[in-house]
Design a binder for this molecule. Structure first.
Ligand code: FMN
Length: 180
C-alpha cells in the first residue's frame, strides 16, 4: 500500500508532525510505502473564480497530485488553530475540489476511491473531546470523498504535555500505522 502523510501547521518538527511520522513508521514497519509532505514547505493558494467557473492557481498542489492519485491511505495531521484545522490544512482540503465531479468528471476518475483515512489533531486545550466536532467534520468530508475513516488520533494539552513525552500515544499512533 502507498500511505501518504500530509501535515498542516507552521512547524516542521512539531507535535502534529511527530504523530503523523509515528503512524507512517508503523505502516513502513509492516511493508507499506510511505511519504510525508509538510504543507509548510509547499505553497498552495486559494480557489478562484472566472465568470462563474472555479479556477485553480498554478502552484505546489501540482506536486502533491501524483501522491494523492496513487494513495491507498491518507494520514492527515492538523494542529487546531482558532477552533478548527489550521489554515494550510483548510486550503489543502478545499483544493481537493479539483477531484470533485462538480468540477470535472475526468479528474474525479483519478481520485483513489476507497482509500483509508487517519486523522490526527493536536491542540493546547486540555479537554480531549473539545474538538470532536472538527473530527466529525473531517470524517464527514472523507466519507463524501468515498474514503474509509480508520482512526482519529487526538493530542490535547500539547503545551504542557508535548507529544514527544507521551509514549502511550506514540505507541497507539504506530499501532494504527501497522494496522492500515
Ligand atoms: C495561531 C494558533 C492558533 C491556535 N488556536 C488554538 C485553539 O483554538 N485551540 C487550542 O486548543 N489550541 C490552539 N492553538 C495551539 C495549537 O493547536 C497547539 O500548540 C498544537 O499542538 C500545535 O501543533 P504543532 O506543534 O504541530 O504546531 C493554536 C496555536 C496557534 C499557533
Amino acid at each position: 500500500m502507498k500511505v501518504l502523510g500530509i501535515v498542516g501547521g507552521a512547524k516542521r518538527d512539531g507535535n502534529t508532525v511527530r504523530l503523523v511520522e509515528e503512524v507512517l513508521a508503523g505502516a513502513k514497519e509492516v511493508g507499506h510505502e510511505t511519504i510525508l509532505l509538510k504543507l509548510v514547505d509547499i505553497q498552495i493558494g486559494h480557489l478562484g473564480d472566472r465568470n462563474g467557473e472555479t479556477t485553480f492557481p498554478k502552484d505546489g498542489f501540482d506536486e502533491i497530485k501524483p501522491y494523492i492519485e496513487s494513495m491507498d491511505a491518507l494520514v492527515l495531521g492538523a494542529p487546531i488553530w482558532f477552533s478548527t484545522v489550521d489554515s494550510r490544512t483548510h486550503v489543502f482540503i478545499q483544493r481537493l475540489y479539483y477531484y470533485s465531479r462538480y468540477y470535472s468528471e475526468e479528474n474525479k476518475s483519478r481520485w483513489p476511491e476507497g482509500a483509508k483515512a487517519v486523522n490526527v489533531i493536536t491542540y493546547g486545550d486540555d479537554d480531549p473531546h473539545i474538538y470532536d466536532s472538527v473530527l466529525a467534520w473531517l470524517k464527514d468530508s472523507e466519507r463524501r470523498w468515498g474514503m474509509k475513516n480508520i482512526e482519529c488520533i487526538v493530542a490535547e494539552n500539547t503545551g504542557e504535555r508535548p507529544v514527544n513525552a507521551r509514549m502511550g500515544l506514540l505507541k497507539r499512533a504506530r499501532d494504527i500505522g501497522k494496522k492500515l
